[in-house]
Design a protein around this ligand. Structure first.
Ligand SMILES: [Zn+2]
Length: 239
């Protein structure tokens, strides 16, 4: 029997679209809105997955190369508008998707700029905290990038995390909760605040940009305790 792996239902009106093996890069469909669009070459997989559905908008959690790579092609092919937060607008429109990375000349940064980043596309709606998108509320979660946003649906606790937390070690692909790597993160301590903000929502289902979806049975709380303790110890050492 043919099993359609292009899209996986997570909850009512929520689908994961895995773009790379082991769920290492994902995008999501919430109702009629596509969240994130993988890398430059991801568009065929995305278009295949959403074939036959009526989409009305495409939004990005942030404008990094592995989230905006196919945004322009998707918006043009499906004739849908492109939305982002205000702080990501410039990168989303120029396609300068690695401009905030702390190490501009690092080989991985250069690789992503060349092979992953897609062209920019005009942003027609700027999202802010509390806005509603596809039945979800926008949560501002800056740190990994300056204008990162997440999406939360209170009624069943589904949270689209983006890259505030990863559920995968990007080098080994081993599944576990991680802070995003410093190499791609604008402000680690601000991101830690955003992790705490998301945890305070007590989400039940976590959908990550990188790594498999997690049905939370205390893993998130354990992870947050661990990183907060680590921070306290580091602060203590500095005193
Ligand atoms: Zn990112």
């Amino acid at each position: 029997m043919h099993k359609d792996l292009s899209m996986k239902q997570i909850a009512k009106d929520v689908f994961q679209i895995p773009l790379m093996p082991r769920d290492s890069i994902n995008c999501y469909l919430i109702d009629d809105v596509l969240i994130d669009a993988g890398i430059k070459s991801s568009y065929t997989k995305i278009l295949n997955a959403v074939k036959g559905r009526k989409l009305n908008a495409h939004v990005i959690t942030h404008a990094h190369a592995d989230h905006q790579g196919s945004s322009k092609v998707i918006c043009e092919k499906l004739g849908i508008p492109f939305w982002s937060s205000g702080a990501e607008k410039r990168q989303a429109e120029t396609g300068n998707a690695t401009s905030e990375y702390p190490f501009q000349n690092h080989i991985v940064t250069r690789f992503q700029r060349k092979y992953w980043a897609g062209d920019g596309f005009a942003i027609s709606r700027v999202l802010k905290e509390g806005d509603e998108v596809g039945g979800f509320k926008v949560i501002e979660t800056p740190g990994h990038s300056s204008g990162h946003i997440s999406f939360y649906r209170e009624r069943d606790g589904v949270l689209v995390v983006g890259d505030v937390i990863l559920n995968m070690n990007l080098l080994t692909t081993w599944v576990a909760l991680h802070e995003p790597p410093a190499l791609f993160t604008t402000d680690q301590s601000k991101n830690k605040e955003s992790i705490n903000k998301l945890a305070s929502l007590k989400p039940k289902v976590l959908c990550f940009g990188h790594g498999p979806v997690l049905i939370n049975n205390g893993e998130l709380e354990k992870f947050v305790r661990k990183i907060n303790n680590k921070e306290r110890t580091q602060k203590g050492e500095r005193l």
